[in-house]
Design a protein around this ligand. Structure first.
Ligand code: SIN
Length: 281
């Protein structure tokens, strides 16, 4: 298989791989650990193949809010119909950061793509962290932020197009609030990175609301810099896997009038730890 980095920050494209071939798994896993985002081009994969590939990384973490694929409750449908305006995942976010043990990875399979657009952007949270000044890194070290599903999937969004069209549901299950360190040690690479995101993080604990809003706004502007990003241009059949502990992502909603259908499987993660808890890192 050929592995080509997408940018200097993160991401790699892999040609000649087959997710159904278990013998290739060690090389795919190594690329995932190194690049945080891997794009496996041209997969001929059924929903069962998709799930089996995910299980080689760990147990499946079933999303509570996305409409499941018919006959496959462990696979979430990520869909925008041609007459719909809102795309799911348009804001910068980290999947499942509202869980105490956020999903380690998400595996998205492009089933039907528009003729143009519909790319996905990613950010390296380690590169963003490393570019902060030493005093800012020191300030953030040891702080904790709260993440929640309530304002994104709960009663508050029941009038949204995504909820009304049935793409999102199960609002009663949006009860998760989780506390995570703002600076984490990545469980796989040992690299330090930021772990806050604009969609699910509500506030930094111990700061006033104004302080918390200002610090988060500053961090979000910082993280959005193109130097920390890569962009995945999809073709139908491609599978992209990303590490939720190392990245943000955002679905680009620029293909109005066309349908885009993806299948997503998320893999269980572990509770996150701080650099102080990992003194060797
Ligand atoms: C997601 O946010 O998980 C979906 C991203 C995409 O549709 O590109």
């Amino acid at each position: 298989m050929d592995i080509t980095p997408l940018t200097g920050g993160l991401g790699a494209e892999i040609d000649g791989a087959d997710i159904r071939d278990n013998g290739q798994f060690p090389d795919i896993h190594q690329a995932f650990a190194k690049y945080s985002v891997i794009v496996l081009r041209g997969q001929t994969a059924t929903p069962e193949d998709h799930l089996n590939f995910a299980r080689s990384f760990g147990a499946i973490n079933v999303n509570r809010f996305f409409k499941p694929v018919d006959g496959h409750p462990e696979i979430a449908t990520v869909l925008k119909e041609k007459d719909q305006k809102e795309a799911v995942g348009e804001g910068w976010h980290t999947d499942h950061s509202y869980d105490e043990a956020p999903a380690m990875g998400s595996i998205l399979h492009a089933i039907e793509m528009p003729p143009y657009g519909g790319d996905t952007l990613f950010v390296s949270m380690a590169a963003a962290y490393e570019a902060l000044s030493a005093p800012m890194r020191q300030f953030l070290d040891g702080l904790t932020a709260v993440h929640s599903s309530r304002h994104v999937f709960g009663a508050a969004i029941q009038d949204s197009e995504a909820a009304k069209s049935g793409r999102l549901g199960n609002a009663d299950a949006a009860t998760q609030d989780a506390h995570h360190p703002i600076v984490i040690t990545h469980p796989l690479s040992g690299r330090r990175g930021l772990f806050v995101n604009p969609v699910f993080t509500t506030h930094i604990e111990g700061l006033s609301k104004d302080e918390s809003d200002a610090i988060l706004a500053m961090l979000y502007e910082h993280c959005k810099q193109p130097e920390f990003q890569c962009r995945v241009r999809w073709r139908a059949g491609d599978i992209t896997m990303w590490d939720n502990r190392a990245t943000w992502h955002k679905a680009i909603n620029d293909y109005h009038g066309f349908r885009r259908l993806m299948h997503r499987v998320t893999v269980e993660g572990v509770a996150l730890s701080t650099p102080a808890e990992n003194k060797d890192s």
